[in-house]
Write a protein that binds this ligand. Sequence first.
Ligand SMILES: [Zn+2]
Length: 168
Amino acid sequence: MSTDNLTDEQRKRVDEKVRSLESRIDRTKRYHSPGDCDACRDEPCGTQFEIWDLEHELGRWKQQPLQEIEKEDSAKRFEDERFVHLTSSHADVLSRFVEIVERKITVDDYGDEVVSHLDNEITICLNKLKDREGGKRFGPPLQNRLREHLSEIFKQHHAKNIENKDRG
Ligand SMILES: [Zn+2]
């Protein structure tokens, strides 16, 4: 491993990445071994491919840490740009989403509000965004970030709504 040309901060980041990949590989191997896996009988199953992918990734982080750092940073920048693009150019979908969730809130027999449909509406909203973007799918990190964002803008909107109601 050549970590000589890395800054302390970068070295720390590489260490953390290596440790996290190793533990993911360990965890996955603990419940999957090709010899015991029915799905692996004819050809390697999805889990086996996942293990190989993780092992390759680990190898790259060990052999060329600087390239991996740069790759990760540029992927992050791309994701940031995409997030900003999605949330700004489809602001109409987002505000519609907030209205829909708000409208569907019910009150239970105790007089408490029930927002059981939020996750479902988030999924529907993400699909709308995806359609608007020509069906291009979002990677898991971007998807999680959008989910959190939608949940957050609803909470903010709802808090403001209650405030306005209380004021009369
Ligand atoms: Zn298998």
